[in-house]
Design a protein around this ligand. Structure first.
Ligand SMILES: Nc1ncnc2c1ncn2[C@@H]1O[C@H](COP(=O)(O)OP(=O)(O)O)[C@@H](O)[C@H]1O
Ligand SMILES: O=P(O)(O)O[C@H]1O[C@H](CO)[C@@H](O[C@H]2O[C@H](CO)[C@@H](O)[C@H](O)[C@H]2O)[C@H](O)[C@H]1O
Length: 476
């Protein structure tokens, strides 16, 4: 009963990244219980082990397992108010007959996380509260609002984020791996460095797993950015503005985005500088750029099997990657790793960058590797190409048929203007020219990202595959 209910919960969850693969639920382990639950409620954190019949590409394993975190509310009576979060009903060996709900949707349950974090902050000399295998850590400097009600973010993606009023936000990591979670580690460093471009870290929850003698980072508590607007939504609004004006250029319409794009460039350069000051920076030699070229070529080889249309652009892409072999070396450092406009938030206090977890599909060891800053810059530049193409495709706010040519011209104009504003501001904030070596690196990361996007779109949004392919067509 429990097994089937949890399997259904996982299969239907938005955050489950294994959809479409052949998997089974091979274990469920209760790793902790939230302290101080009221009568009639027990709240448990359980880890579900999933075994995949076919390993993901390149893992070289016969079968692989992944761990997913499931916070569950066990009530002794049914709770109609959270019927939408129903998981199932069963006899639990610790809690007895239970009516079980997804705890993330339940205010009573979420208040227990907040209270546990608050308790951990009571003694600033020992900002960690250990409850069984759970260790609640607090970063001093902010008093949590314990009256705040929780709201689960509807736009949840790889993880589940819960806002506590307008005070704090807790991200519950869904797919978990033993070891350091880069999102927590980077937020901690940037918070201590006083960075104005991230939400301040307030705390985090670790599972100190006795069975495997490892630590698994389960959740992160951070500042709620009250006045935040999503960078991707703002960019789309700006494009629509331009498309609605038949006779005006990008710099003449009200919703021009170039000033924001430039401020984003400055913000990214400042974040990179802070990361370079607090994580190792390495100068790697020419062999490393050769390895980088080989890695990109390898990804192209794999992508050609998934998206045969890429073959038309193969020669140009290979030439771009091969240029890396002429470089003397490459500097690497901690970067964001998965940056695009959807990872940026505009607040009244400027741009913030979120989600430093790297690409969730990549193994943790790969996500922790230092990389070139040009990977992040390329990610943002690709987003400036996407925005007008997405508006053009969906046709919201203008007459598609009659204005197709005009629209394509304007899409290119918007993308070029904002790419230039972002890149110029980034480069000048770093205080260096974009020399030939940096240009070669940037071009290679851009090409690598387009190849990645072609595979991502083919697998996730086939209707959008034309976007990366059109970018390749334009650059040939
Ligand atoms: N500190 C914050 N305050 C307000 N909203 C936030 C904050 N951090 C992230 N968000 C919003 O929550 C969404 C999900 O956050 P993200 O870190 O990207 O989660 P995921 O790991 O699930 O992709 C983001 O798109 C952003 O709009
Ligand atoms: O889920 P993540 O945010 O980690 O990133 C994945 O999904 C992104 C889409 O949500 C995808 O980004 C691509 O589409 C964006 C518009 O939806 C665009 O702004 C990006 O430039 C483009 O790469 C991303 O590639 C993927 O890893």
């Amino acid at each position: 009963m429990k097994h089937d209910a949890l399997r259904n919960l996982i299969a239907e969850a938005r955050w489950f990244g294994g959809k479409g693969r052949d998997w089974s639920l091979t274990g469920v382990r209760r790793v902790g219980e939230l302290p101080d639950a009221p009568d009639g409620l027990r709240v448990a954190i359980e880890l579900a082990e999933l075994t995949f019949a076919n390993p993901s590409t390149g893992s070289g394993q016969a079968a692989e397992t992944e761990l997913y975190q499931l916070p569950l509310a066990y009530y002794s009576e049914p709770q109609d108010r959270i019927g939408h979060a129903w998981v199932g009903e069963w006899d639990d060996e610790d809690f007895g007959r239970s009516f079980v709900y997804d705890a993330l949707h339940d205010r009573e349950s979420m208040a227990l996380w907040l209270a546990a974090f608050a308790t951990a902050g009571l003694d600033s000399a020992r900002p960690t509260d250990v409850r069984g295998q759970l260790a609640f850590h607090r970063v001093p400097g902010h008093d949590l609002d314990l009256e705040a009600h929780s709201t689960l973010f509807s736009g949840e993606q790889s993880n589940s984020s819960v806002a506590f009023g307008e005070d704090s936000l807790m991200k519950v990591f869904r797919k978990v791996t033993p070891g350091v979670n880069p999102d927590i580690a980077i937020h901690q460093v940037l918070t201590e460095a006083g960075s104005s471009h991230v939400a301040a870290l307030y705390g985090w929850l670790d599972l100190v797993d006795d069975e495997t003698n490892t630590t698994i980072q389960l959740a992160m508590l951070q500042q709620f950015l009250r006045t935040a607007s999503d960078g991707w939504d703002l960019a789309l609004a700006s494009v629509r503005n331009l498309f609605a004006e038949a006779d005006l250029h990008a710099d003449e319409v009200g919703g021009d985005f170039a000033g924001e794009a430039a401020r984003l460039g400055v913000a990214l350069a400042e974040v990179h500088a802070d990361l370079a000051a607090h994580f190792p920076v390495e100068q790697r030699d020419g062999a490393a750029t050769g390895d980088l070229a080989s890695a990109m070529e390898g990804r192209l080889d794999a992508a050609l099997d998934v998206v045969p249309d890429l073959a038309r652009y193969e020669a140009g892409l290979r030439a771009t990657f091969a240029r890396l072999r002429d470089l003397d070396g490459v500097e690497v450092q901690q970067v964001h790793g998965d940056l695009h406009l959807g990872q940026t938030l505009r607040t009244v206090k400027g741009w913030k960058i979120v989600d430093f977890e790297g690409e969730p599909a990549k193994p943790l060891a790969v996500r922790l590797q230092p990389d070139s800053v040009w990977r992040d810059v390329a990610g943002m530049l690709r987003s400036f190409d996407y925005a007008p193409r997405v508006v053009g495709m969906t046709g919201v706010g203008f007459d598609l048929g009659a204005e197709a040519e005009q629209r394509d011209y304007r899409a290119s104009e918007w993308a070029a203007r904002n790419r230039a504003a972002f890149l110029d501001a980034y480069v000048s904030q770093r205080g260096a020219d974009l020399g030939d070596a940096a240009r070669a690196l940037l071009d290679a990361y851009l090409a690598d990202k387009v190849v990645y996007e072609a595979v991502y779109e083919a697998r996730n949004r086939p209707g959008w595959l034309s976007i990366p392919l059109a970018a390749l067509e334009e650059s040939t």
